[in-house]
Write a protein that binds this ligand. Sequence first.
Ligand SMILES: [Zn+2]
Length: 191
Amino acid sequence: MALTLFARRPDPAEPPAPEPAPWPEIGETWKPEGVTIVQRYYNQAHAVVLVYTSSRGYRHNVDCLGCHFVKASNQHTNHGWLELKDAAEAANDHATTCRALPRDITARPDDDTARERLLKWVSGCRSRVADEQIWIESLDLLRLSLQRTDDWILAALQQLALDHPEMLRAEPSEYSDRTDNRYFAQCYPES
Ligand SMILES: [Zn+2]
């Protein structure tokens, strides 16, 4: 009987090694759809400041993934958008002063949400004076939250023009070598 008292108990199983916590995604490797990340800077708290292009690739935009700072235009040039060197300078300047912690990376919205955001944007382009032509390039600052390709956006605009003709009008492109439409946010009707 005594033997059983001293019987060796089996060694408790080694507790499984804890899974290393996933390194939070702060934008170091983030490649949102429809956007080309050109440069990354780190701010003072290791949040990433992005320089990116989207539609047509010639406009550069700056977006801080810490504090929401954005920059997409430059009043000092005739064309008004940022060349790469301007954007790089703005991103670097911002990164040297910003102390915001990395914020959560924007999740890719589902199609309905993306369409809603597009509709809201079109709605915001409308004026009381005249129809406003809208350019996909003007969407640049929305592209990190939209996360869709140009083709997806153009198809969605086409559909919006069918669903909301009072808000958005499509016209064939004036250039014969282009098959895409031009889009106009319709002027508000006179009340
Ligand atoms: Zn910042």
